[in-house]
Ligand binder design. Structure first.
Ligand code: GTR
Length: 433
């Protein structure tokens, strides 16, 4: 029996009316604070921050094929439906990578086996993409923990914040890329800058990887900047496959905000990523577009016309006609692991819409792990909810990626990866404390 998802917000509001407008309760489901709703509504009256004003909507059915057949098992999902949804997102949202042939080569430009006071090995790798007479370099920086069993899992960050967060010398440290903490838990940590692939501005796709690989006139479904960043993550994956220190079956890709949108698309396209983490990715990422809460499709197309393919503009102010919604993007991560998070003050990124998106993707995860279940109501603040290959948390505070977030990512990765290196790191910690 197929189940249509029609979400009428009135029901939700009646059920949860007692909590409405109250600050998040430690034991109860998270609600935005009345003060935040009020402040944002006043500063941006053209956007909706009120749950009761979210329109009723019907989501496209994630488990019904284009010819109307209901998908009831993992085989049919993998053989038929996954490909259909991937194509819908390629055509309508992120765009198509050109078929231009290119070569890639990998060059370790810096190797320091005694980084972080001997606790890690630093590797800096240049990934050179060559097409015709042109080339482009992706600079991958990574730390691998010393003294633990190899190969180890790795977290790859698609960095959209600039190199001050990812200092290879470790003179400058940042919670955005907490290399020491990740190493101490037995994971490798890696990063590349999104701007290596495509600078984050609208230049009519002349620079970056577009300048190198695009041929002829752009089409409505030609790839945008988010797809270029995601493509960069896959080239880093190509490198990891050649590095014996890295467990190629335990590679996580993650990103913050626009980087989180790119991480989701990277994980959707490239099934070599075993874990995908979307940190506050919001509109065009994890958040359901049909809710029109906080940032909308129209607004994102206006402010960032280079992020998506041109076809995506068809859905500006026209969300109900979109052949997809973002729960379908999340479903493309099955049967691998997916973690989504949000921050309590970041209503622009629609924390509830991101949670519901995950909730609405669960039927697909269930095809692989029957017992996967998360409640329809959001978890309390700072209390992750996880089940088999899915996880979510809402952290207190503003739009950012902090150590607190990373600790929950690693707790989840411990469960889904269960790597010997983490056990060794934990044992070593016990020994010294
Ligand atoms: C905002 C944008 C969001 C999000 C964010 C970020 O301005 O509206 O979609 O991507 O930037 O990347 O920090």
């Amino acid at each position: 029996m197929k189940k249509r998802i029609l979400r009428n917000n009135l029901v939700l509001i009646l059920l949860t009316g007692l909590y409405a407008g109250v600050n998040a309760q430690p034991s109860g489901s998270w609600r935005p604070s009345a003060e935040t709703v009020d402040r944002l509504s006043k500063s941006q009256p053209q956007f909706n921050y009120h749950e009761e004003k979210v329109p009723s909507y019907i989501l496209p059915e994630v488990l019904t094929t284009l010819n109307g057949k209901h998908v009831t098992n993992a085989r049919r999902w993998t053989q038929i439906r996954r490909g259909e949804i991937l194509e819908l997102f390629t055509e309508n949202v992120y765009g198509r990578v050109p078929a231009t042939p290119y070569e890639k080569n990998f060059n370790i430009t810096n190797l320091d086996k005694a980084a972080m006071g001997g606790r890690a090995t630093l590797k800096q790798v240049t990934i050179r993409i060559t097409a015709g007479t042109g080339s482009l370099d992706i600079h991958l920086t990574m730390f691998v923990p010393n003294g633990v069993p190899k190969p180890v899992p790795v977290f790859l960050l698609i960095d959209n914040r600039g190199s001050s967060n990812t200092d290879p010398t470790r003179q400058v440290k940042s919670e955005f890329w907490p290399a020491e903490e990740v190493i101490s838990r037995g994971y490798a940590i890696a990063v590349f800058s999104n701007s290596d692939l495509d600078p984050d501005n609208y230049d009519d796709f002349k620079n970056g990887i577009h300048g190198l690989l695009d041929q002829g006139t752009r089409r409505p479904d030609s790839w945008g900047t988010l797809a270029a960043w995601a493509w960069g993550a896959s080239r880093c994956m190509d490198y990891f496959e050649r590095d014996n220190d890295i467990n190629k079956d335990k590679i996580a890709v993650l990103g913050h905000s626009r980087g989180g949108k790119a991480a989701l698309w990277a994980g959707a396209v490239d099934q070599r990523f075993a874990l995908v983490i979307s940190n506050e990715s919001g509109c065009g990422g994890a958040a359901l577009a049909r809710r029109r809460f906080g940032e909308t499709v129209a607004r994102i197309n206006e402010s960032f016309p280079h992020w998506f393919c041109t076809n995506y503009r068809k859905w500006s102010g026209n969300e109900d006609a979109m052949p997809v919604d973002m729960h379908m993007l999340l479903s493309l991560i099955t049967p691998r692991a997916l973690y989504v998070d949000c921050a309590s003050d970041d209503l622009w990124g629609d924390p509830r819409g991101s949670y519901l998106s995950l909730y609405d993707a669960v039927p697909v995860f269930k095809l692989f792990d029957k017992g996967t279940v998360i409640p329809e109501e959001m978890p309390p603040l700072n209390k992750p909810v996880t089940s088999f290959n899915v996880g979510y948390h809402i952290r207190d505070g503003s739009h950012n990626m902090l150590l607190k977030d990373w600790n929950w990512f690693m707790d989840f990765a411990d469960k889904v990866f269960n790597p010997p290196s983490c056990k060794a790191a934990a044992d070593a910690k016990k020994k010294y404390n």
